[in-house]
Design a protein around this ligand. Structure first.
Ligand code: XMP
Length: 516
């Protein structure tokens, strides 16, 4: 895989909430980039021979005791550097300039005016809208630097030493609110660092196939297929590489949405021709969930039984050396953030807690990819949009959307109502573009209604649709009233046992996306 990764950009993280965004913007430009902890060590940071470095922002002031420092090798690096916000202040401080608390902090939109021509801001408007978020600012430039742009509160909103190829931006080019931000990053990577735009789904697949074959040789691989995007794409990729040496196990726990279990079998067994073992564990899961109403108790019971069921299948198969997982890059970054430094990146075990007697080596072909890249790879491998654009779905499935006790009858009710909702959103063109996640929740509440001439006393359903980029925060989707009216009428008419429909208008925070 090394060729494709060589000559990209190393993004050095100082704790900014936007660091992943920088990497995503660069990858969108076709340039491979990775996040490294600031104290990750020069060898690690340079392992793919980056063509340049970007220093992220961060919450500290450079003068805070114990604030993250500039890795010293950067002072003599013969490659271009771009510091963003805290990264710029670190660079300034280390190279002999001066940083101080600004009299007026700048948070939010600002306009900067270019003062000097430079390769970093070439081709852009003289005035740019940008997003600021800083308390400190540059008071005196280091020797060799000139100011390239200013804002009302920052005389040095962009700085550069063109000879040294070191640049700094007081604002965040990586966020949406800096509309020309990608153009600035494009200048940095192509005009200053001379990167090639070679990172795309086809190139990734080409290299990944070789990498998987070299790792697996003639051994066998096992994959737990959930039907979710990541395991589906990992499965399709590994299957393309090694064909029947891959065996997939799909545990049907009865907690999937309407038609999903059938879809997994159809797509992966029939269309993709994969070696797929389907385990019908519905009864076992139902009896494990009997009487449980507390959300964490449900999650634990499901997790435990899943591992037991999967392990039993795995033990039955002899001679399997590798366990494949659909780990993706955000999982890897999160795991790394747990450790004191990124040098000990752990594997993120999706099939967590496998018993000790099952010794597998891990194979994680998507661990360098973001979700949107995984989708591109899936499409390039011939998976349908229905699989690739599937909405996120929690591991414990409908059990945590069926509030109160999970019974088969209630699950079926929820499945029907959810299918009506999703179908209506799809028809209205709101499933992929208007909402990030949409689903129905069956509440442990009954309400009185009237149907025909009769009183009804049935269950209540909540509909939930959210918009979000990262699922860390979310807002409730402003769906058209007409659509909600139609969905509500259909559900109450078509699903026996539900007589009232509500729409959840809670954002996250303070709510969560799921109800349990
Ligand atoms: P919350 O409810 O925490 O959800 O705001 C954020 C995102 O995570 C999904 N989610 C889960 N995914 N196992 C999963 O694999 C889980 O236990 C789980 N709980 C929540 C949720 O659907 C949303 O996309």
């Amino acid at each position: 895989m090394d060729d494709l990764k060589c000559g990209g950009i190393a993004v050095i993280d100082f704790g900014s909430q936007y660091t992943q965004l920088i990497v995503r913007r660069l990858r969108d430009l076709g340039v491979y980039s990775e996040v490294y902890a600031y104290d990750g060590g020069v060898e690690r940071i340079n392992r793919h021979q980056p063509a340049g470095y970007i220093l992220s922002g961060g919450p500290n002031s450079v003068y805070d005791p114990g604030a993250p420092g500039l890795p010293s090798f950067l002072l003599d690096a013969d490659r271009p550097v771009l510091g963003i916000c805290y990264g710029m202040q670190l660079l300034t401080d280390a190279l002999g300039g001066q940083v101080a608390a600004a009299i007026e902090r700048e948070y939010g939109p600002a306009t900067i005016t270019r003062t000097v021509r430079s390769p970093l801001l070439d081709g852009l408007q003289p005035e740019l809208k940008v997003w600021m978020s800083h308390g400190d600012r540059i008071e005196a430039l280091p020797p060799g630097f000139t100011s390239l742009a200013q804002s009302a509160n920052s005389p040095h909103a962009a700085i550069g030493d063109l000879k040294r190829q070191a640049y700094g931006l007081q604002f965040h080019p990586e966020v949406q609110h800096s509309p020309q931000g990608s153009a600035i990053l494009r200048n940095f990577v192509f005009e200053i660092c001379r990167c090639r735009a070679n990172w795309n789904a086809d190139a990734f697949i080409d290299e990944a196939l070789g990498g998987i074959r070299a790792q697996v040789k003639d051994e066998r691989v096992l994959l737990a297929l959930s039907g979710g995007v990541d395991s589906a794409v990992a499965g399709a990729l590994i299957h393309r590489a090694i064909g029947d040496q891959l065996t997939c196990v799909f545990v049907d726990h009865g907690l999937l949405r309407k038609g999903e279990a059938e879809q997994v079998l159809r797509v992966f067994r029939r269309e993709q021709g994969m070696n797929l073992i389907a385990v019908n564990a519905v009864e076992a899961f139902m009896s494990e969930l009997k009487g449980l109403t507390e959300p964490e108790a449900k999650r634990k019971a499901i997790g435990r039984l899943f591992v037991d069921t999967f392990s039993r299948e795995a033990r039955r198969m002899h001679g399997i050396r590798f366990l494949a997982q659909g780990t993706i890059y955000p999982d890897v970054i999160e795991s790394a953030a747990d450790s004191a430094s990124a040098q000990t990146i752990k594997s993120h075990h999706n099939v967590g807690g496998l018993p000790d007697d099952l010794h597998f080596e891990l194979i994680e072909p998507l661990r360098d990819c973001f979700k949107d890249e995984v989708r591109q790879i899936g499409l390039a491998l011939g998976l349908s949009e229905a699989i690739v654009w599937r909405q996120p779905f929690p591991g414990p499935g409908l059990a945590i959307r069926c509030l109160g006790e999970v019974t088969w009858e209630r699950l079926e009710k929820l499945r029907e109502a959810d299918a009506i909702y999703i179908d209506s959103l799809r028809q209205a063109g709101l499933l992929r573009d208007g909402t990030a996640q949409s689903f129905a929740v069956l509440l442990p509440v009954k309400s009185v209604g009237v149907m025909g001439d009769n009183r009804s006393y049935e269950e209540v359903l909540a509909l939930r649709s959210v918009t979000t980029d990262d699922f860390m925060t979310a807002d409730w989707a402003r769906l058209p009233y007409e659509l909600l009216a139609k969905v509500s009428a259909r559900i109450v008419n078509e699903v026996a046992g539900i007589n009232r429909v509500t729409y959840d208008i809670t954002s996250k925070p303070p709510g969560t996306i799921e109800w349990e």
